[in-house]
Structure formats: C-alpha cells, structure tokens
Write a protein that binds this ligand. Sequence first.
Ligand code: XMP
Length: 333
Amino acid sequence: MSNNVRPDSMQRITTRELADAFIAEQVAAVRAQVGDKKVLLALSGGVDSSVVAALLIKAIGKQLVCVHVNHGLMRKGESEDVIKVFGQELDANLVYVDATDRFLDLLAGVSDPEKKRKIIGGEFIKVFDEEAAKLEGIDFLAQGTIYPDILESIKAAESGKPVKSHHNVGGLPDEMAMELVEPVKLLYKDEVRVVGEALGLPHAMVYRQPFPGPGLGVRCLGAITRDRLHALREADAILREEFDKCGLAESVWQYFISVPDMKSVGVRNEKRYEGWPAIIRAVNTKDAMTATIEEIPYAVLHRITQRITAEVEGINRVLYDLTPKPTGTIEWE
Ligand code: XMP
C-alpha cells in the first residue's frame, strides 16, 4: 500500500523540466521492473492510457504491446489518431482491432441505457481478452491509473463500500496472472498532461475532454442504428471543430452532441425533410457531480446550427440543452 501513497515531499509537476525529470525516473523504474519481458496495455486513446503508452514506448520500445479496441463508438477520427500517433509516429507495437460490427450487432434493438452500458463494457472485456490470449509471453499489464483513482479507492474502502476497480480492462483470464505497471499512479490529471506534452504527444490528445467509456453509445439515444450513429459522429465533429476555432474548446469542460431516436418534420431543398434533432450540451464542472451551462455566443450557436443542418445527412434541427446538473445529468443516458 505504501507505494500507493504520494509522499508529502513529492513536488507537483508543473514545468517541462520537472516532467523531464519524472520521465527519466520512471523510464529507469520501468526498465528495472520489467527487464526484457513484455507488457500489455489497453490503449483507448484517452489521456491517461496515451501518456502511459508514450512513457513505456520510451522505456521499453517494442516490449510494449498496445491493444486498441475500436468499439465503433469512438468520435470521428479518434481511432485514426491512435494509429497515426502510436502506430506510425511512435512506431509502437500496436494491435488495432476493429470490433465495430460485433458491438453494433449486439446493441441492435437495445434501448435501455444500463443494458447498453453492460453490453458495451462486457464486450470490450471479451474482445480485449481474446486479443490478449493470442499474444505470447506477456508478464505485465500496464494501466493508466492516476492518483485520484487511488484516493477514491481508499475513500471507498474506508467507508465500507466495495472498492471501485480501476482496472480499465477488467476480467482478464486467470492464467494471465500479470504484474501491474502503473507509472503515473501518483500523479494528478494536470501533471499527467504536462508529462504527456513533454513526451511529445499532440496537445489535442493530452488536453482531450473527458469521454465516457461507452463512447457515442450513450449519446446515440435509445436503440442505436448505424445511420443515426453516423449522423451523430458527423455533427459532433462539427461542434468540436467550431469550438476549437473560437477557443471554447480550451474553456469548456465537456461539450458534445446527442441525437435522440425521434424525428420531426422539416424542409430541405424546398421539400419535406424528416430528420433527427442534434442536441448540443456544453457544461462546466469541477468533479462532474454538479455542472453549469456554458454561455455560448449566439453567433457560434448559429454557425454550428447552419453547418450541421447543411452538412449532416439526417439532421434537420439543432437544439441547445440549457439544463444544469442537477436536474439533468451531463449525459442524456
Ligand atoms: P453524468 O451523465 O453521470 O456524467 O452526469 C458525469 C461524467 O461521467 C461521464 N460518464 C461516464 N464515463 N462510463 C464512463 O467512463 C460511463 O458509463 C459514463 N457515463 C457518464 C460523463 O461523460 C461525464 O463526464
């Protein structure tokens, strides 16, 4: 337990120099821990797993095997970015699994949000396990555990509630008894980001807004269909692009589109056009327990609306959700 406690003497990593020193220390520690053995990492493309991947590539190169499972519910360009940054630029040992059909087939016709989450989580573990079982001679499992995860687990244990598992990958087969490698487990999120930039990861990847594990699955509301999921992904990409352009991406904590399973009547090219509404959500929060609504300049909302309704097949209206948390949750599902 003691090596899960951040020493009072540990300096906060706020500068490039401090990050470089941390990286050098962890590179040595990982090499000492791992030797010439292989390490497995589930690389989602999120901040924590990306920083761990970059750090381990620096420490042990091809001894790290990254598995990126594309569940078909990623945002536009995200899996491509993982392949570009890790597979090409960092020359990682990357296993890319496109499991889109598996996930979407299982989710077909399922509208209950909790059932959808269970299917996505369960299938993710299955796919990852299958890939892991194909690999030979893996002795270590790397994880992007960060210090708030550890503090949360300690708090849960003290309160008598079951300890929350932070294993990103969950139930690995028993025979794969693997030792953990968790190089950023004593860092806070802001420090992980400084380390990520020092490792040369793209700014957009390191400062990526939070994204739920079930991905667009909880934003394609109700039973997911491929055409509505596609429309959601395209509309969300436009929202992100416009937020980037006007600087809102730097100041808003989380912003995204949801598309409900309902259509309204509209007009396009002078013809009746039935389509889905795209709902914009843009919230600020410290801990996601409560959230306030960002005041988006009307001109920005107007431009986003114009672009989405003109460019995205199947969408004929854009709505802005003004509900804080409570009473709304951040996600619609
Ligand atoms: P809610 O909707 O509960 O969201 O107000 C709070 C924060 O949690 C994220 N979220 C999830 N993250 N798996 C995740 O990893 C999930 O199933 C999940 N549901 C919500 C949400 O995006 C927000 O940042």
